[in-house]
Write a protein that binds this ligand. Structure first.
Ligand code: ZN
Length: 120
């Protein structure tokens, strides 16, 4: 394995390590809206709606789902959304490295090198 290839493999290892550190990763979009509650006599039904309340919008089986986010969790959910952005960027970078390794016909060898070191 030449120096150039070794550098790519090292860089890929660092990127994947960072990817594994994104523990709050959440794929969805943040939403704040005003809402009405279940109590029929509440003022929210006369236009004084509750909120704004935070939600995270996620897609499951092609359907949109809004999950309520308690106020004290907003900061962490937002951090998770940023981590998702970062994860996407890291995956694009890993993809570029793997395509470079492919052109050098070094994909298989790059996997063997990794497994020798890490014993996975
Ligand atoms: Zn209400």
């Amino acid at each position: 394995m030449n120096t150039k290839t070794r550098k790519l493999v090292e860089r890929r290892k660092r990127l994947l390590r960072e990817l594994a550190s994104l523990t709050l990763l959440t794929h969805g979009s943040f939403l704040e809206r005003f809402s009405t509650c279940a109590r029929e006599n509440c003022a929210c039904h006369q236009g004084k709606k509750h909120g704004p309340r935070a939600y995270i919008v996620v897609y499951r089986d092609g359907k949109q789902r809004q999950v309520y986010v308690p106020r004290d969790q907003v900061k962490w959910v937002r951090k998770g959304l940023r981590q998702h952005e970062r994860a996407m960027k890291l995956m694009r970078q890993v993809t570029d490295i793997n395509l470079k390794l492919m052109r050098e016909a070094m994909l298989e060898e790059s996997v063997e090198i990794k497994s020798k070191g890490a014993q996975q």
